[in-house]
Design a protein around this ligand. Sequence first.
Ligand code: ADP
Ligand code: ZN
Ligand code: ZN
Length: 813
Amino acid sequence: MIGSTAEAAGKTIEVAMAMSVPGTYTYGVPEVLASAVAAGMRVLVSFGRRRATGYVLGPASPPEGKEIKPILDVMDDAPLFPASMIPLFRWAADYYKHPLGAVIQTALPGGLTVAESSTWRITDAGRDCLTEGGLAADEARVLGLLSRKPLRVLSIPAIPGAVLATLQRRGYILRTRTLRAGGTKALQERWVRLPSMAPVDGSLSPKKQALLDAVAAAGELPVRALAAQTPNARPHLRALERSGHLETFARRLYRDPFGEAILPDTAPVLTADQDAVVSTVCAALGKGFRTFLLKGVTGSGKTEVYLRVASQAMASGQSVVVLVPEIALITQTERRFRARFGEHVAVLHSGLSAGERFDQWTRILRREVRIAIGVRSAVFAPFSDLGVIIVDEEHDASYKQEGGLHYSARDLAVVRAQQSGAVALLGSATPSLQSYYNVRSGKYTELVLPERMEARSLPEVRTVDLRQCRDLRGPGRFVSAELNRAIAATLDRGEQALLFLNRRGYANFPVCAACGEALRCRHCNISLTLHQAENAYRCHYCGFSLPASAACSACGSKQIKRLGMGTEKVEAAIRALFPAARVARMDRDTTRRRGDILRLLKGLREKTTDILIGTQMVTQGHDFPGITLVGVICADLSLSFPDFRSGERTFQLLSQVAGRAGRGDRPGQVILQTYNPGHFSIRAACAQDFNAFYEPEIGFRKALGYPPVTRMIQLRLSGRHERFTREQAEALGTQCRALQAADPGWVQALQLLGPIEAPLARIAGHYRWQILVKSLQAAALHRFVDRLLAVYPHGFARNRVKLVIDVDPLYLM
Ligand code: ADP
Ligand code: ZN
Ligand code: ZN
C-alpha cells in the first residue's frame, strides 16, 4: 500500500548505504515522510532481507520497470552534512575505489553512533488518545507498545515509518536522542557586558558608575578581570545586574595541555615578508580556486600567516578549515587559533570523546563556529561556505590514512577547495616533493618566508662521520668525542640537550653468537628488538614477545649478541657518561599512559630534565624553548629503507629535528652523526636547504619513473595461507596483464610491476604480495583499475585472501 503511495507521490531518492556495498540505491518516499526528508539525513530502509541505514544524497529519477521500495523512516530531524559536500564524497569514493556510503561513514564523527541510540516515547497527548480510541490499528499498536516503555528506534518491530511520522506530527509520540555526555567538562567563566536596553537612571554611586564605564569601554569583560582591578567589585556587579544595568553570561574557558588557561592574544604587527604573503593570499580569497604552498623554516611566522588569512576569510563571511598533523597532544597551531579566535573555533581530533566530537560537528552544522581545526578527518568538516582550507605541515605522513578509506587528507583538501571555489593554503618547512613539483609545474603558487622571527638565527649544523668511530668499543661507538664535548658544554652552561634516534628499544638486531642467526618474530619476517626495561624481546609489527633469556631458535645457544641500537641503549650510555645529568626518554615505550608526554614536557619546561632522548615523537609539534643542543645519534636509519621515498623522509625528519634547536632566545647548535656524510639528503638537511634536496631527488624520480612524476596504485594482497596468497596474487597479475593487453592505449600508458612479495613479506601471520600499477596519466591509471574491479569483482575474496587498493600509496613496504 505504501509502495503505491510513493509511486503516486512520484518522489524517489538516491541513497548510499552506511556499509561496504558499492553503488547507490533508489527508494521511494511515502507522502507522509516527504516533507521530513532531505539530503544529508539518514533513512531506515529495507535492504535485502535486513533493515539498514542509508544516507540521502538527493532526488533520483526512478529506474524504469523496477519496483521501488519505500523508505521506512527518516532518522534525523536535520541533515548531518550539507548537500554541497556530496560531490566531495563522490569524488573520494571514485578516486580511492571505496564504497560511497563507507566514505560518508568515515567522514561523519564517530559520536553519531552514540546519537543513534535515539528512542521513541509516548507523550501525554498520546496517552489520552490511546484511552479515547479511534486510532488506526498500526497506530494503536505503536502507542500501546510505547505506553509500556520507550523503545529504541531500531527495536520497534516492523512498523512502517509512515505511522511513526504521522503520530509524531500529531504530537502523540516524541523522539529523543540520548547522547552520552562528553568525557571532560567544559570550564566556564563569568563575563559581563552592557544590555541592549539599559535603564535610564542617573543615581548610581561613583563606584558603580566606574564599573559601568569600564565595561562600556571594553565591550565585554571577565568578572575576574574587574574584580582584580576594583576591590570589592563582585557585590556591586551583582547589584548592577539586578537593576538591569549589566548582564552577565558564561564563556567557555580553554586550557592548554599544561592546564593553563589559553588567554586571548592580540595580533602582532606583521613583518614585511609576512605582510606580502598575507596580502597575496587574501587577495585570492573569494575569487575562485587557487592553491598556495607556503615554504618557511620553523619559527619563520607561518602560523601568524594562517591566523591572518583565517581572520580575513571570516570577516567576509566565509568558513575556514585548518588541518594539523596527528600528534599526541594539541599542537601549537591549535593553541594559537584558540587564543586568537576563542569561541569561533571547533576542534575535531582523536583526543575528544565521541560525544564531544559530535558536539563539535553539530556546532559547525548549526553555523555557530566559522573555523574548524583538526587532524585529517577534519577535511570533512561540514561547512557549506568554505573560504580557505589550511594544511599545516603538509608533508606530514599522518595526513595519509592507512586502513579503511585509504585517503590523503592533504590531497582531499585541495580537491575540496577546488569544488568549493576556495583557496587551499599548504604550509611546511620541508614541503613534500609532490607539492613542490606542483609548484614547478605551475599548479600551485609558491610563497616564501625566508627568515626566522626576531632575527633568530638558524642553528649551526655540523656533521660527524660515524665511520671514524667504528672501531671504538662502548658508548664511544655512537656518542662521538665531538658530541660528548658539546653535551658537556651545554650542561656546564645550565642549558638543555635533545638527543634524537628514530628507533626505540635497546638492541634491534639480536644475533646468536654461536651460529650467527638473527632472533626473528615467529609471525613476521622481522628481527625482534630487545627491550631492557621489559626484559623481553619484542616484535614491533605484531607485538609478539619472548623473554630476554630466550635461546637461539636455530641452535639453542643462550649466547645472544645485542647488536643494533635504540633509544634505551642511548639512554644507558648517556647515564654512564654523564652521571650527574637528569636524563629522560620520550618514545612510545615511555608514553603509554595518558599524561606521560605532559610529564616529560613539563620536565623540560621546568628545567628538571637536562637531557631528553627521543624518537620521531620529539619532532612533532612541541616547542622546546630551552634546548640549545640537538644531537642526532644516527642520521641514516631511514635512509636504508627499501622505499623510493626514504631520501625524502630522511631529509624531512632531520630538518625537523634540527629546527628544534634554539627556538628560545639563545642560539642553537646541531651535531649530526652519520655514516653517509656525503649523501645529498643529509647534506641538504644540514644546510636547511630544501632546493638542494629537491633538485637531485626529482631527477632521480624522473629517471626511475616514480611519483610525483608518475602516479601509482598499489594492489596489496594478504592472507594466512602461504600458497593460496601467492596463487591469488599470481592470478590477479595474470588478469591485470590480460586486461592491459586488450587495449593498445593501456599497453602504452601503463606499467605493471609484480606480483612480487612485499618487502615485509609476512606480518602478524599474514603473507603479503603486491602489484604496482604506474602511469604518467592519472586518468588512464584510474580507468584501468576501475575496469579491473568491474571485470573481476568476485575473484578477490577467494581463499580468504584480502585485497586492498591503495591509491597514491605512501609506503610500499
Ligand atoms: P612557524 O609557524 O613558521 O613555526 P610562528 O608563526 O609560530 O612560526 O612564529 C614563530 C614565533 O614568532 C612565534 O612565537 C610567534 O608568536 C612569533 N611571531 C610570528 N609573527 C610575528 C610578528 N609579526 N611579530 C612578532 N612576533 C611574531
Ligand atoms: Zn644459534
Ligand atoms: Zn611479529
